[in-house]
Design a protein around this ligand. Structure first.
Ligand code: COA
Ligand code: AMP
Length: 629
């Protein structure tokens, strides 16, 4: 069967397609049907099944003879260490951790925040929660304490599992003080915190609240897997929306297992036993799906890589890891390749390693620019597959189904919709547009299994953000088109979300921080094109009347404030003090025009602009920092 056959078989009977895919999962009670649409446009999948994620990701492989296979390879050039954990060891470790959590009161449905760097213990913490039916929420280490506090208040965790520190090149990230600060700021307080002490920095434990990872497991009875309903939330992952309040994307257990398992062969073309590597971070959706869950559910070996594409120690690190661990399919963000390309344009490092193990490179997380794809293809001599998805979906919406049929690559397109996704391009009124016409990318409801059923604590926001604009569709927030061959092209976001180094960030959230500076009367943050990171935020601030402090001081205070409140990951380094912001006559800030000016791109003077002269002022301000040439 080729791609079209598989896609058509899904389209002609979606429920049969997914019931068939569900056969690959070990259920405690098989679901009697796939789709639940009584509450449409909210949908659920496999709701009456009973299943455990950890059992499917760990225990069943031990029972099926994979106990001695390596489940996790930790490769940490930043600490100069490597070690491997077999499936049997993983089972013992996770059962013990789950037992200790249970002994302290964690049960099915309780939330647990995980705040950890790229160490296997992060995956173990996720799996231990899954074992108990507890709902984890992993928070990326590059976020500041206040972002952590917002998440604590939203998901009200009974426990937080954290490491003492993370390690960035040249600096230690002090997780524990960040955690303590976040708990202090938050209204909700967890019952207890579990701290994994790393040897690079041992943290102070707070008596009565904090327990140490190892000692709290001493003498506990290991926990068995707790079966949960198919629609039980496996986890909550917060992602950036238009405002400062992050959206808590819920991942439903049954669909997550079924869909992720399906992708491993059909999209990533790996068989159980193969080594699969996604160079991302557990704090992002790629890390959830393709560092932790999918490879383990499918019986692969996954790599937890603690390092950067360059500088740890050089631009050959990725190639060393692939070659040494015999990675068959490799997944990274285009920005990582751009970093390598900048350092090693000829790809000399690649030639130093035996790369015969590698079958294909998969790119996602941001737009894959043609230069990067061509460079990667030339250096690596393997197919380069762009694929498009979102935190909300948890896996590929459009990709190249290499395990079914490798379709011809068209550079600039993530290829075609996967089974489960009826992708359409709509005009502003919600009507489908002809091929090759730009529009909003929408997906006909229902979304497939494993995608978000709603947002945590925020059903109204879910409807407003995704369902209301185009009734009967899910609005992706991306704009693009479909060509005559059915290939999809992703051009831009339609909202205030930007993508910096493959990290999804909200300009609205940054504006909220800038607006809180006492001297700032008004502000705008836009994402401008950046050669390395894809996009980069620039802040424009207008000062309150009477403020006569040096502009440079205010600008650097703004930069500091964003780093303190959102975190270093915002990569917010540039603030310009300007007299006025360009607006429409109705007062809307013309952010898109500001981006065009910064990028030195052509633009049409907006018909509704209030005062065109302000654009010239913006241009001059941008020129002082090397933009708007
Ligand atoms: N914990 C704490 N801080 C972190 C962090 C983490 N897990 N990850 C990043 N940061 C910090 C960085 O140290 C940096 O801090 P600095 O301002 O003190 O230098 C800041 O956040 C910005 O990070 P980033 O935008 O990633 O830039 P960088 O210069 O450190 O690295 C790349 C550039 C291209 C090498 C890096 O962005 C990269 O590897 N990107 C790939 C991203 C990726 O895989 N995304 C997955 C999404 S699918
Ligand atoms: P995240 O939720 O962090 O995975 O970010 C999702 C957003 O990243 C999408 O809505 C797109 O805007 C962008 N994105 C992800 N993958 C791609 C891709 N392959 N091509 C273009 N944009 C992408």
């Amino acid at each position: 069967m080729g791609y079209s056959d598989v896609y058509d078989s899904w389209k002609s009977d979606p429920e049969a397609f997914w019931m068939q895919a569900a056969e690959a999962i070990n259920w405690d009670r098989k679901p009697s049907k796939a789709l639940y649409g009584d509450n449409a446009p909210l949908y659920e999948w496999f709701s009456d099944g009973l299943v455990n994620t950890c059992y499917n990701a760990v225990d069943r492989h031990v029972e099926n003879g994979r106990g001695n296979q390596t489940a996790i390879i930790h490769d940490s050039p930043i600490t100069h260490t490597k070690h491997e954990i077999t499936y049997a060891e993983l089972q013992t470790r996770v059962a013990s951790l789950a037992g200790a959590l249970r002994a302290k009161g964690i049960e099915k449905g309780d939330r647990v925040i995980i705040y950890m760097p790229m160490i296997p213990e992060a995956l173990e913490a996720m799996l231990a929660c899954a074992r108990l039916g507890a709902i984890h929420s992993v928070v990326f280490g590059g976020f500041a304490a206040s972002e952590l506090a917002v998440r604590i208040d939203d998901c009200t965790p009974k426990a937080i599992i954290a490491a003492s520190c993370g390690l960035e090149p040249g600096r230690v990230v002090h997780y524990k003080p960040l955690l303590d600060g976040a708990i202090e700021q938050a209204t909700h307080k967890p019952d207890f915190c579990v701290i994994f002490q790393r040897e690079q920095e041992v943290a102070n434990l707070i008596d009565g609240r904090d327990v140490a990872w190892h000692s709290f497991q001493y003498g506990v009875t290991p926990a068995d897997c707790v079966p949960v309903e198919g629609n039980h939330p496996a986890y909550i992952l917060y992602t950036s929306g238009t405002t400062g309040a992050p959206k808590g994307v819920i991942r439903p257990t049954g669909g997550h297992l079924v869909a992720l398992n399906w992708t491993m062969k059909n999209i990533y073309n790996v068989d159980p036993g193969d080594v699969f590597w996604a160079a991302s971070d557990v704090g992002w959706v790629v890390g959830h799906s393709y560092i932790c869950y999918a490879p383990l559910i499918h019986g692969n070996t996954t790599i937890v890589f603690e390092g950067k594409p360059i500088g740890t120690p050089d631009a050959g690190t990725f190639w060393r890891v692939i070659s040494e661990h015999k990675v068959r399919s490799f997944f990274t963000a285009p920005t990582a390749l751009r970093a390598i390309k900048r350092e090693d344009p000829k790809g000399a490092e690649y030639g130093k390693y035996d790369m015969s193990c590698l079958n294909a490179l998969y790119l996602a997380g941001e737009r894959a620019d043609p230069d990067t794809i061509e460079w990667a293809h030339q250096v690596m001599q393997v197919p380069v597959y762009d694929h498009w998805w979102q935190t909300e979906t948890g896996y590929t919406i459009a990709g190249n189904p290499a395990g079914i049929e490798a379709l011809p690559v068209k550079i600039g397109s993530p290829t075609v919709p996967m089974p489960g996704y009826d992708v359409q391009i709509l005009d502003e009124a919600g009507h489908p547009v002809p091929p090759n016409t730009l529009g909003a990318i929408a997906i006909k409801l229902p979304l497939p299994p494993g995608t978000l059923p709603t947002l945590w604590n925020a059903e109204d926001r879910f409807r407003k953000s995704y369902l209301n604009s185009f009734p009967g569709y899910y609005e992706t927030g991306d704009a693009g088109m479909i060509d005559d061959d059915g290939y999809l092209y992703i051009m831009a976001r339609t909202d205030d979300v930007i993508n910096v180094a493959g990290h999804r960030l909200s300009t609205g959230a940054m504006e909220e921080v800038l607006a809180s500076h006492p001297d700032v009367a008004e502000c705008a943050v836009v994402g401008v094109t950046d050669q390395l990171k894809g996009q980069m935020p620039i802040g424009f601030v207008c000062l309150s009347k009477g403020v006569d402090r040096p502009h440079d001081d205010i600008a650097s205070e703004c930069v500091k404030l964003v780093r303190e409140r959102i975190g270093p990951v915002a990569a917010f380094k540039l603030t310009l003090v300007v007299d006025r912001l360009p607006k429409t006559r109705s007062g809307k800030i013309l952010r898109a025009t500001m981006v065009k000016i910064a990028d030195s791109a052509e633009f049409k003077m907006p018909a509704t602009i209030d005062d065109p002269a302000i654009l010239e002022e913006i241009k001059q301000a941008l020129q002082t920092i090397g933009y708007a040439k």
